[in-house]
Design a protein around this ligand. Structure first.
Ligand code: FAD
Length: 279
């Protein structure tokens, strides 16, 4: 099946920690690159914990001729640090960045010079003008630390008002939450692309744990089905594929501007979804 190229899609990696991980990512990158994504993004550990590894992974992707977008989180960072990182990327010809607050690393005492992502977006604009195309995070199911959904939406708007060009959502399995969020954006005059973040399902204990932390809802019927497969990974993956393909199809059929895949540095699950999408 062919993906409709008027709807861009992108792939997210985390920077590998080991040589084996680096070698694996080379293979994954070349497999995913065959699908002509709009860009590959690379996460950034809060507090700068992966600063060098994020940078080298981004440079490696770019050196192979693909567009790369580093993530940059500002929590526990100074302006000087962020300025230096932006300058490095500017010099290397990087034009797209995913700007985030990040979560405070445990044991960190100081929150640094930025409190929220809107301050980072503003700082990037103040320092670098229109050089970067800035993506920010959006939470159709509401960020777990938000006081309430309305405040969370207002806080999202702050990021757009500060100069974000597009948003990538936290993953979700309930398409209605996404459509509702997009409608709310339009009602409030926010017409930037809101790209759904897609998490392939390959196993469930880690997915349940991670979803708990980041506030992504696994609908009860999905949870029950996944639990019932126990250790049968093949059944989990087959079910996960069916659910996520239907989700992507529904999103694209109803106007999602593209898809962003949380690949977890694996090509297979994302390729299986792309293969089954009929557009
Ligand atoms: P913010 O937009 O700052 O929001 C954080 C919370 O603060 C929300 O509850 C919001 O309602 C509230 N808030 C925001 N602004 C204000 C304000 N002015 N006043 C009061 N409250 C406010 N984490 C990483 O560490 N590295 C990554 O590479 C990374 N990549 C990600 C990519 C995507 C697409 C997504 C969706 C998330 C990613 N994360 C990453 C996780 C992200 O850092 C966490 O979800 C974090 O808790 C919030 O980041 P944010 O940029 O959305 O923060």
């Amino acid at each position: 099946m062919q993906i409709n190229h008027s709807r861009p899609f992108s792939f997210e990696f985390y920077p590998p920690k080991t040589e084996e991980g680096v070698a694996n990512l080379q293979v994954v990158l070349s497999q995913l690159a065959t699908r002509n994504p709009d860009f590959f993004s690379v996460t950034f550990g809060a507090g700068g914990s992966t600063r060098d590894k994020t940078f080298s992974t981004v440079m490696d992707i770019q050196a192979k001729g693909y567009a790369a977008a580093p993530h940059l989180s500002c929590v526990a960072s100074t302006k000087e640090n962020i300025r230096a990182i932006l300058s490095d990327y500017q010099q290397q010809g990087i034009h797209k960045i995913v700007a985030l607050r990040g979560d405070m690393p445990s044991g960190t005492l100081s929150a640094g010079e930025f409190r929220y992502a809107n301050e980072l977006v503003q700082f990037i604009r103040d320092e670098t003008g229109s050089h970067f195309d800035i993506h920010v995070a959006a939470y159709p199911e509401v960020h777990p630390q938000a006081a309430n959904a309305n405040d969370d939406f207002k806080n999202f708007k702050r990021k757009v008002d500060a100069g974000a060009n597009a948003a990538i959502t936290q993953y979700f399995y309930n398409a209605e939450s996404y459509f509702h969020f997009v409608d709310k954006c339009l009602q409030n005059g926010l017409d930037i692309p809101i790209v759904p973040g897609i998490m392939p399902i390959t196993q469930y204990t880690q997915l349940f744990r991670f979803s708990e932390m980041c506030g992504a809802d696994i609908p009860r019927w999905m949870r029950k089905r996944l639990e019932s497969y126990g250790d049968d990974r093949v059944a989990v993956q087959a079910f996960g594929l069916e659910v996520v393909v239907k989700l992507c199809q529904q999103l694209l059929d109803n106007g999602a501007p593209g898809l962003h895949f949380y690949t977890m540095n694996q090509a297979g699950p994302t390729l299986a979804i792309l293969d089954q999408l009929s557009l």
